[in-house]
Design a protein around this ligand. Structure first.
Ligand code: NAP
Length: 334
C-alpha cells in the first residue's frame, strides 16, 4: 500500500513507520522536521506544520493516511477535508480518553466527552480527551463510515515512549538492589490496561490491509495485565529481587501522592477514574488484535531505557524522585 503518515518520528507514529516498512509498504512522511529529523532518511518527506500550512500535501494519492498527531479539531478538519478525495482510508489515532466518563467501563458506543469551551486550543489534562473526541468527527464526516478508521488506544507503552509513565516501573525496579524496598501502589491483583505501541501498529496495519472501517478500543483486555505480574516482569527483566513495599490507596491519598503521574499506572479504585483500566476490547479482539506477553513489553522497554543517553534517563515527567520515594518509604515502613 501507499501510505501517508502525519507525524511518524516519535513514538506511536515511529512504530507505525517501522512496522509498515517491515511489511513492504511505500511511505510518505509529513511533519515539521523537528522531532528526530534524521530518522528514516530513505522515505519521501513532505514538510509543514499541520496547524498552519498543509500546502506540502496539495498533491499526491495514497491508499491510506495515518494521522498520529492530531490534537485540535480544526487541524484534523483541515487534513481530512484536504485528503478525503485522494486517500482510500483515513486512520485517526484517537484515545480512550475521548470517553465522557470513566466511572464505569466504556465500550465503543459509550458517550464521548464534550468540550466546555469548543474553541479551546489548550491541550491539557481536562481538554485532551474531549478534544480527541471532537477530532474524530471530521474524519467520519469527510470519509464516511467505511473509510474512516478510528483507533482509541489506552495507555501506549513500550520502547520510545516519551511520557515516562510505563517506563518508570522497569527502570525503577532495575535500580533496586536485592531485598531493597520499592514503593508500589494498591494490590497485586489490580487490573491494569495498556497497549504496546508495536501491537497498536500491527493492529492498525492489519485493519488497513483488510479494508476495515469503524471505531476500535485498542488496549489489553480487562484484567489481562495485573500489577503483580507487571512488577514480577520488571524484576525478572532486570534480574533483581526487591521487596515490594505495598502502599494502599488510603495511605497514598493521605500522603498526597498524585495518582497516574507520581505513581504511574495507579488510579484510585473509587472515583472518576475507577474504570479507566477496564475498557472493553471485544470489538478489536474480534478484528484480530493481539497483545504480546507483558514480560516482552517490559524487557524491551528496559533495554531501550538502558540504551538512552544518561541525561535522558531521569523521570522529569512521571514517577517518584528517589528522594520523594525514600521519604514516603520512611513513613510507610516506620
Ligand atoms: N501515549 C499514550 O499513552 C497515548 C494514548 C492514547 C492515544 N495516544 C495518541 O497517540 C498519538 C501520539 O503519537 P506520538 O507519540 O507518536 O506522536 P506525537 O507526539 O503526537 O507527535 C509526534 C509526531 O508528529 C509530528 N508533529 C507534531 N506536531 C506536528 C505539527 N504541528 N505538524 C506536523 N507534524 C507534527 C512530529 O514531528 P515534528 O516535531 O518533526 O513535526 C512527530 O513525528 C497521539 O495522537 C495521542 O493522542 C497516545
Amino acid at each position: 500500500m501507499k501510505l501517508l503518515i502525519l507525524g511518524g518520528t516519535q513514538f506511536v507514529g515511529r512504530h507505525l513507520v517501522e512496522a509498515a516498512l517491515a511489511r513492504g509498504h511505500d511511505l510518505t512522511l509529513f511533519n515539521r522536521g523537528r522531532t528526530a529529523g534524521a530518522l528514516f532518511p530513505q522515505l519521501e518527506r513532505r514538510r509543514g506544520d499541520r496547524r498552519l500550512d498543509l500546502s506540502a500535501l496539495a498533491e499526491g494519492q495514497w491508499d491510506a493516511v495515518l494521522d498520529c498527531c492530531g490534537y485540535l479539531p480544526r487541524e484534523v478538519e483541515a487534513s481530512a477535508a484536504l485528503l478525503a478525495g485522494r486517500v482510500g482510508r483515513y486512520l485517526y489515532i484517537s484515545s480512550i480518553s475521548a470517553y465522557a466518563s470513566f466511572a464505569t467501563p466504556n465500550d465503543e458506543g459509550s458517550p464521548l466527552g464534550v468540550l466546555s469551551d469548543p474553541a479551546t486550543e489548550v491541550v491539557d489534562g481536562a481538554s485532551y480527551g474531549p478534544l480527541k473526541a471532537a477530532c474524530e468527527a471530521p474524519v467520519r464526516r469527510h470519509l464516511g463510515p467505511d473509510r474512516a478508521l478510528i483507533l482509541r488506544p489506552g495507555l501506549v507503552v513500550g520502547p520510545h515512549d516519551p511520557t515516562q509513565r510505563f517506563s518508570y516501573w522497569p527502570a525503577r525496579v532495575a535500580r533496586a538492589r536485592d531485598a531493597e524496598p520499592v514503593l508500589v501502589p494498591g494490590r497485586a491483583d489490580d487490573a491494569l490496561q495498556g497497549i504496546d505501541a508495536r501491537d497498536l501498529a500491527a493492529f492498525a496495519l492489519d485493519a488497513l490491509e483488510r479494508g476495515l472501517g469503524g471505531t476500535f478500543n485498542v488496549v489489553s483486555g480487562p484484567g489481562q495485565w495485573r500489577r503483580g505480574a507487571l512488577l514480577q516482569a520488571c524484576a525478572a527483566a532486570a534480574g533483581v529481587a526487591p521487596r515490594w513495599a505495598w502502599a494502599d490507596e488510603a495511605w497514598l491519598q493521605a500522603a498526597q501522592v498524585k495518582p497516574w503521574t507520581e505513581l504511574p499506572l495507579w488510579l484510585p479504585a473509587q472515583g472518576e477514574y475507577a474504570a479507566f483500566m477496564h475498557t472493553a476490547t471485544e470489538r478489536a479482539l474480534a478484528a484480530g488484535l493481539r497483545i504480546r506477553p507483558l514480560a516482552e513489553t517490559v524487557a524491551d522497554t528496559l533495554a531501550w531505557w538502558r540504551g538512552l543517553p544518561e541525561g535522558e534517563q531521569g523521570f522529569s515527567k512521571a514517577g517518584l524522585s528517589p528522594a520523594r520515594e525514600a521519604e514516603l518509604l520512611a513513613r510507610l515502613l516506620s
